[in-house]
Design a protein around this ligand. Structure first.
Ligand code: SF4
Length: 372
């Protein structure tokens, strides 16, 4: 049976349809089965010493043209049409479901290794609701171009409810309020911002390229324009020496911004990173699992926000039970509601501190150097 849908897909076949996809997305976008649409390539900054743009192979930042991005949207449409056509032929009335997926794979097993097919199938079978604009700071694109892309995307898929993007605080600060509002109106609804820390000394040390005051101004501006805001915090970014100031000033900045989500991403400075060089040279000391927990405790104690605190990353692996690998904190994308669940989070931290430190995941062991 041939499941081709539109004239174009009849001609080309689902197996030959693909579009450009960047290397990463926030874990919560994976949980939502988001479509990944690459609107820019790589990171325009690529200097943060704990990241260095390595995930993008330190390749040069590029804007993609509206035409290129719209062609990718057309390809997604063609893929969805072909899946719907297969569904009708199989008697599922256009629904893209498990049975349709199996039938398509039976017809062409090679589709299983076509990551675009897998992504679009998952996205469509979960209702085509959420989209993430790649790469590291797509907000830097000219507002008029982004608005054009957003309108084209929403027109192609009226089911879309949420469109999100990474954004540097510096870039948000440079956009006018009118720019942000027009992006918001065009459908961009959530921004993922790497706060990392609210401490100016740590921000400078890691070359984040932004000050705490700029982080606050950008976060407030995004909220005022109506965006949902996720702020990412990096436990242990100041190492042992700056742990306390990192925790306290991060809480202070978060209190000023009042983001919707606070997402913790503990530091893991692997080879190739400037911070790894400091660690290997002994000028930067990583904290132990208990020290990291105490740092998180200081931050949480000082938070006065109404936000969701999320531990939605595998590096938040402190355990309640080391043998069964039961993590201390739920690693779901909606986390703990503050302030209602603050005492619960603090109680969990105490529980983790009572366990022997050796049961918790230790970044120093993961890096593979002897503990320094
Ligand atoms: S801005 Fe983000 S992607 Fe770019 S180097 Fe910094 S942390 Fe990495």
């Amino acid at each position: 049976m041939n499941f081709g849908g539109t004239e174009e897909t009849h001609d080309r076949g689902l197996d030959s349809l693909s579009f450009e996809v960047g290397p990463i997305r926030p874990p919560s976008e994976g949980g939502s089965h988001s479509l990944l649409l690459r609107t820019t390539r790589n990171c325009p900054w690529a200097r943060c010493r704990f990241c260095y743009g390595l995930i993008y192979n330190r390749e040069k930042f590029e804007l993609r043209t509206v035409d290129e991005i719209e062609k990718d949207i057309d390809t997604v449409s063609a893929m969805v049409d072909a899946m719907k056509s297969a569904s009708w032929k199989l008697g599922y009335g256009g629904a893209i479901n498990y049975h349709v997926g199996h039938a398509l794979l039976d017809q062409d097993p090679a589709l299983e290794s076509n990551h675009c097919f897998v992504m679009v199938f998952n996205w469509a079978s979960f209702g085509s609701r959420t989209v993430f604009l790649q790469d590291a700071n797509s907000l830097i694109a000219p507002t008029s171009q982004l608005v054009e892309v957003l309108c084209y995307l929403k027109k192609a898929f009226p089911t879309i409810e949420r469109i999100t993007s990474y954004a540097r605080a510096k870039t948000i600060a440079k956009k006018t309020s009118e720019d942000l509002e027009s992006l918001r109106k065009a459908g961009l609804s959530r921004l993922h911002v790497g706060l990392e820390t609210g401490d100016d000394e740590v921000l400078k040390y890691v070359d984040k390229g932004v000050t705490a005051a700029e982080q606050i101004a950008a976060g407030r501006k995004a909220k005022e324009a109506g965006f949902e805001l996720s702020e990412y915090v990096m436990p242990d970014l100041g190492g042992r020496a700056m742990s306390d100031q990192h925790a306290r000033n991060t809480a202070r900045v978060l209190n000023e911004i009042a983001p919707d989500f606070i997402r913790l991403r503990p530091l893991l400075p692997g080879p190739g990173l400037p911070l790894y060089e400091d660690y290997a040279a002994g000028t930067f000391q990583l904290s132990s699992p208990h020290e990291r927990l105490r740092e998180v405790r200081t931050m949480v104690e000082n938070l006065r926000v109404s936000s969701r605190l999320c531990f939605d990353h595998f590096l938040n692996s402190w355990y309640r039970d080391g043998r069964r690998r039961e993590t201390l904190f739920r690693q779901d994308y909606n986390g703990y509601k503050l302030p209602e669940e603050k005492e619960n989070v603090l109680a969990l931290i105490e529980e983790g501190l009572r366990l022997d430190e050796s049961v918790h995941l230790d970044a120093r062991t993961m890096i593979g150097l002897r503990h320094l």
